[in-house]
Every structure is written in C-alpha cells, then in structure tokens.
Design a protein around this ligand. Structure first.
Ligand SMILES: Cc1cc2nc3c(=O)[nH]c(=O)nc-3n(C[C@H](O)[C@H](O)[C@H](O)COP(=O)(O)O)c2cc1C
Length: 188
C-alpha cells in the first residue's frame, strides 16, 4: 500500500516538507510506502505526473504552507487541475490535509484543502489535533514537539484506515455504487 504526499510549498525542503517527512516516517513504521511529490508548480506536466502517481496510490495527503491565512495559490491551482484531470483517481481514497505556518491561518488553510476531499467522497483521516506545524524554518518545526506528534499520529491513523479498508475489501465489501450526479443550477 502506498500514500502520495503533495508538498504545496515552493520550498522543496522547507517546513511543509519537514511535516510530511514525519507523516512518511510513521507510515513506514506501519509498513506503508509513501512518496513526497513537489506540487508547488502547477504546470500541466507536473499535474499529469501527480495524477499518474495518484493512480498507483491508496491514500493522499496534501500539505501547504499558510500564505495570507490560506493555502498557497499554487497548491489551489494544482488541486483544481488535478481534480479536473483525474478526479476519478481521488474517489474513496483516504485523505488528509497538513498546514505549516509561522503563526496563524492554519485552520482556514485546512478547511480549503478539505473541500477537495469532501467532494470526492474521500474518508478524511485525522489526528489528535488539527494537522498543523509551526515554524519558519525546518529547525523551528523540529522544535514544535506537539506538531511533530500530530504528524506521527496522522501517519499511524492513515495506516490504520488503509489496513481496515484492505481488510474490508478482502472480506468482500465493495466500493459504494456510483450514482449519476444530479445537478441543480440556481439561476435566479
Ligand atoms: C507570502 C507568504 C505569506 C505568508 N503568510 C503567512 C500567514 O498568513 N500566516 C502565518 O502564520 N505564516 C505565514 N507565512 C509563513 C509561512 O507560512 C511559514 O514560514 C511556513 O512554515 C513555510 O512553510 P514552507 O517552508 O514549507 O514553505 C507566509 C509566508 C509567505 C512567504
């Protein structure tokens, strides 16, 4: 089993990456593979590459630094494109969002990222607090012991969810039947 972790920061090895590494470490301890994908550049090629990787993955984690109390514009664009291009690959896969900030805007950031999961019927994986770390540098994030524990628990919980779903599949529980979408547009 594999989890794809998207790093929505333009800083490849910054704070978000440090948080995602902690989640990856917890997944590894549970025997789950993972890959951190640099998603700070929403080019068509990069999104296509991520879509291919998503196809081979059983779970998804989307990380973003907080910019102006929101996710970065780049990860929003990346997720918009990913959903248009490969929305079907998101369906029913367990997912979580992670935010990194100097100080504020984390829960608003998580709310925005969560919207992609809720639309695609993805079971949302949680931790023992909202999934955030604090710091401006990886060194500062490593001092945020509570944040690191949140990431470790998130990884453990993701592993538990994946193993439970796998056990369900083996026991004959199939995915819910897809329904034709009813679209009602409000014009006035
Ligand atoms: C353009 C910009 C806007 C930012 N806005 C916020 C903010 O609203 N709240 C906050 O706490 N930190 C803010 N920060 C700080 C980053 O969220 C913080 O340093 C984060 O941990 C960086 O993660 P990264 O190293 O993965 O990019 C901002 C940083 C930048 C560059």
């Amino acid at each position: 089993m594999k989890v794809l972790l998207l790093n929505g920061s333009p800083r490849k090895n910054g704070c978000t990456y440090t948080a995602l590494c902690e989640v990856a470490d917890a997944l590894k301890k549970e025997g789950i593979e993972s890959e951190i994908f640099q998603a700070g550049n929403p080019s068509k090629e990069a999104v296509k590459e991520a879509a291919e990787k998503l196809k081979q993955s059983d779970g998804l984690i989307v990380g973003s630094p907080v910019y102006w109390a929101s996710p970065t514009g780049k990860i929003i664009e990346f997720m918009d494109m990913l959903c248009s291009m490969a929305g079907n690959e998101l369906l029913y896969k367990p997912a979580a969002a992670v935010a990194s900030a100097r100080r504020a805007g984390t829960t608003a950031t998580l709310d925005v990222l969560m919207k992609y999961f809720l639309y695609h019927q993805m079971p949302v994986v949680s931790s023992n607090y909202w999934n955030m770390v604090h710091g401006n540098t990886p060194e500062e994030v490593r001092q945020d012991k509570e944040g690191l524990q949140i990431m470790q628990i998130l990884g453990k919980n993701m592993a538990w969810m994946l193993k439970s779903l796998e056990a369900g599949r083996k026991a004959g529980i199939s995915l819910p039947e897809q329904q034709e979408k009813v679209k009602t547009n409000f014009i006035r």
